[in-house]
Ligand binder design. Structure first.
Ligand SMILES: [Mg+2]
Length: 301
């Protein structure tokens, strides 16, 4: 006897209906605004329309190798329009906001690139030598994309500090990524190694963690003013079902998928049919690209 397999309801393409009442937006960067560092078609105009309409938005990315000012300067050059670094939130800036909130005034050992480390200006970051002193009492250890600074010595300092009571914070758990040199080991692999050695999980600050969404929604709530913004009035636009859509849903936001990046119509349909889009990863709507989302958004107001 064959079992009747009911096909799941397709995801709505009525973006306008899905965005009614939305008063602030979170945009993913890669696969939504840009691909390989270059703007996707319609992305420049989408940002210009949001700026002209004074519509509150943030660009949230797990990229964490640079300070937001450096990142904004690079995007400005590539897009040919000024990009305000205050509109960007990275896994690094979210980690800095997290330690400012939860470890205020406490000594920190942050493994990040020199440029990204500037996100901690005004907080007490220690050098490896300082953090290695027997009397150092660290509030938190932060593991990010520190390249060769993710050395055995530095990871051992981090390991000992967490064993002595410091919190373990990681920008992400990504295992590998692609650079100009090809496939490259990513910092997440070392985070997982530390978690194994410590038998505890790190607080991850990048997507799909609530930490980065919290950083964005706090800023947007302040910018939107009154009436006070509710989480359900904020929509996330992303190309990743797990990091963007499911992450947004867990944070209480709406999630719109665009097909301009890593998810195409076939893989979306497969995810919906197989049920892997359950658990918050089923988008509220699907759109071809960010341009059509912004048009629907502004016409729904
Ligand atoms: Mg993306």
């Amino acid at each position: 006897m064959t079992r009747c397999h009911a096909r799941a309801e397709p995801v709505s393409t009525d973006v306008r209906a899905a965005l009614v009442g939305v008063r602030a937006l979170i945009l993913d960067a890669d696969g939504v605004l840009m691909y390989a560092g270059r703007p996707l078609p319609g992305a420049v105009q989408a940002l210009q329309q949001l700026e002209r309409a004074s519509f509150p938005y943030r660009v949230v990315t797990n990229y964490s190798s640079a300070h937001r000012r450096t990142l904004a300067a690079g995007v400005s050059r590539s897009f040919g329009i000024p990009v305000d670094p205050r509109r960007l939130i990275t896994a690094a800036s979210a980690a800095a906001a997290h330690t400012a909130r939860h470890h205020r005034g406490e000594p920190l050992f942050v493994l990040a690139s020199a440029d990204a480390l500037r996100e901690w200006d005004g907080q007490r970051t220690l050098s490896a030598d300082e953090a290695d002193r027997p009397d150092a009492r660290l509030g938190a250890v932060v593991i990010g994309d520190a390249g060769d600074d993710l050395s055995f010595r530095n990871l051992n300092i981090a390991f000992r500090a967490v064993r002595s009571g410091a919190a373990l914070v990681a920008m992400h758990r990504n295992a590998w990524w692609v650079t100009a040199r090809g496939v490259t080991l990513d910092a997440g692999a070392l985070v997982v190694g530390l978690e194994y050695a410590l038998d505890r999980k790190a607080v991850v600050t990048g997507k799909p963690s609530r930490v980065v969404f919290r950083a964005a929604t706090d800023e947007l709530t302040e910018e939107a003013g009154r009436p006070r913004l509710r989480l359900g009035d904020i929509a996330m636009v992303g190309d990743d079902l797990r990091a963007d859509v499911a992450g947004a849903h867990r944070a209480g936001l709406r999630g719109v998928l665009v097909l301009s990046g890593k998810t195409d119509a076939i893989s979306l349909a497969a995810a919906v049919d197989s049920g892997t889009a359950r658990g918050g990863a089923r988008p509220d709507a699907v759109a071809t690209d960010v341009g059509s989302v912004i048009e629907a958004l502004l016409s729904a107001r």
